[in-house]
Design a protein around this ligand. Structure first.
Ligand code: GLN
Length: 477
């Protein structure tokens, strides 16, 4: 059996029908993680003893016992999500020896359905970055072209899945970190509404933006995984008690794109976008028009402030969340004396991008500057939420490119933080306003690098987003 050709639905059925041993599937993925995964530097930890879990599942199937929807399905988890008893570093040297005392809710929910975590994936430290190059454990390479980045911050999640390791990957998206790597690696990347997926056990970065998200090979696989991890969690007060719809059922129900209203903001096609990305996204929009959609072009100048708002509010939240890495509560202890330890531990073990964000955030929050920066950015955020909500009264989805470029060369932007921040120009909107968004592969540039097409929809309308994107996926194949 060619394991690389199976999707999650097929593999799960074969395991339940005793036509495929979970143990064999796991051994195949584990071996690939240790070879190709190591070459790409996609993993911080590979979990060898996961084979035992596969054996248990095989035993249960053998005894005709009840097994979950994902019984025996191998997956990977970004190293900013806690996995009980397994090293969880946030891809930062400051947590290099930290073993998680409990698991994140999303991990627990996946495991409860029989999914098997084969490894913890590399990323930018604490998820700060758009290329994976900031990791305290070395950069990850893009499996499509190893001289290029896989995108970030969920770099290892995207690189490993694209290389065929694990059948889906859980990442996190604070400003684009699931969608942009999905775009750079030609995958489906889902960022949910804020409050849809529990953040319990997700190492906090910018708490009002962070969301666990799914990387998958197809929309329906992403929908299946999301249907398992979504929902109210009493351990996370920011989750909403809103029923989780039957996402796969919604995909089946929508039979055509006819009559859908597709919003296209002018601001997403202006300066900074590569010609080939623009062409491919415009041609996808044309396909939607030919399929009977109504294209609604509009201008929303406030979208241009997205990057500024994000890079003031996000570091502000970061600077508070990072305070706990003081070498006492968390982090490495290097001295006995408290103050010296605090300074030396943070100086030695926090990566340069982490320090940069702490400094920006501390500045933006400091007395005398908070009104000018933090509070002003908060007001613009509220304005964006209002204007985007209004647009969703008129259109079903807002579409555009996921990223202004395809995967860039390793080193191309790493010396220029501002250039790197601009990579998030299209993705930050969804995090600022809290709505769901998905990235689909819509074509390739002349070097064969994937191009991402992003769709956003009204808050908590993941069901619509899945249904529409599954239809669009068919148009694009
Ligand atoms: N690239 C963005 C940043 O560096 C987004 C990160 C993320 O979504 N985790 O902040």
């Amino acid at each position: 059996m060619d394991y690389s050709k199976l999707d999650i639905f097929e593999a799960a059925s074969l395991i339940k029908e005793k036509k495929l041993k979970s143990e064999d599937l796991l051994r195949y993925h584990l071996e690939l993680a240790k070879t190709r995964g190591r070459d790409l530097n996609a993993f911080i930890t590979i979990i060898d003893d996961c084979i035992e879990k596969a054996k248990e599942i095989d035993k249960k199937v053998e005894n005709s016992e009840e097994v979950g929807k994902l019984a025996g399905i191998p997956c990977t988890i970004k190293d900013v999500l806690m996995t009980k008893g397994v090293k969880t570093t946030a891809s930062s040297q400051v947590l290099k020896d930290f073993v998680a005392p409990y698991s994140a809710t999303v991990v627990e929910k996946l495991e409860a359905q029989g999914a098997i975590v084969i490894g913890k994936t590399n990323s930018d430290p604490f998820a700060f970055g758009a290329s994976g190059e900031n990791s305290g454990f070395g950069l990850t390479k893009n499996p499509i072209d190893e001289t290029r980045v896989p995108g970030g911050s969920s770099s290892g999640a995207a690189a490993s899945l694209k290389a065929g390791i694990g059948m889906f990957a859980i990442g996190t998206d604070t400003g684009g970190s699931v969608r942009q790597p999905a775009s750079f690696c030609g995958l489906v990347g889902l960022k949910v509404s804020y409050g849809r997926n529990s953040r319990y056990g997700l190492i906090a970065m910018a708490s009002s933006f962070d969301t666990p998200g799914v990387l998958a090979n197809s929309v329906s696989e992403a929908a299946l995984i999301e249907s398992i991890i979504a929902g109210k969690d009493k351990k996370d007060a920011t989750t909403y008690d809103i029923e989780v719809p039957d996402y796969l059922g919604e995909i089946d129900n929508l039979k055509s794109l006819k009559g859908l209203r597709i919003g296209v903001p002018d601001e997403y096609f202006q300066q900074g976008i590569s010609g080939q990305v623009k062409e491919s996204v415009e041609s996808t929009i044309k396909k939607l028009e030919n399929a009977g959609c109504e294209i609604v072009r509009f201008s929303m100048p406030v979208l241009k402030s997205g990057i500024s708002v994000y890079y003031i509010l996000q570091p502000s939240e970061v600077s508070s969340n990072m305070a706990r890495y003081d070498g006492v509560r968390f982090g490495m202890q290097v001295e006995d004396e408290y103050l010296q330890n605090l300074i030396n531990s943070r100086s030695k073990y926090l990566e340069p991008e982490v320090k940069r964000r702490i400094m920006i955030g501390t500045y933006a929050l400091s007395a005398g500057y908070a009104d000018e920066f933090y509070k002003r950015a908060t007001r613009v955020r509220v304005q964006m939420i209002k204007e985007v909500e209004e647009i969703f009264e008129d259109v079903d989805v807002i579409v555009g490119p996921t990223s202004p470029t395809t995967a860039f060369k390793i080193g191309e932007k790493s010396e220029d933080p501002l250039a790197m921040y601009l990579a998030d120009v299209y993705t930050v909107t969804a995090n600022i306003v809290g709505c769901p968004a998905i990235s689909l592969n819509c074509g390739f540039d002349s070097s064969g690098l994937p191009i991402g097409f992003q769709m956003m929809s009204k808050r908590f309308s993941e069901d619509r987003l899945f249904a529409i994107s599954a239809q669009i996926e068919k148009l694009l194949i």
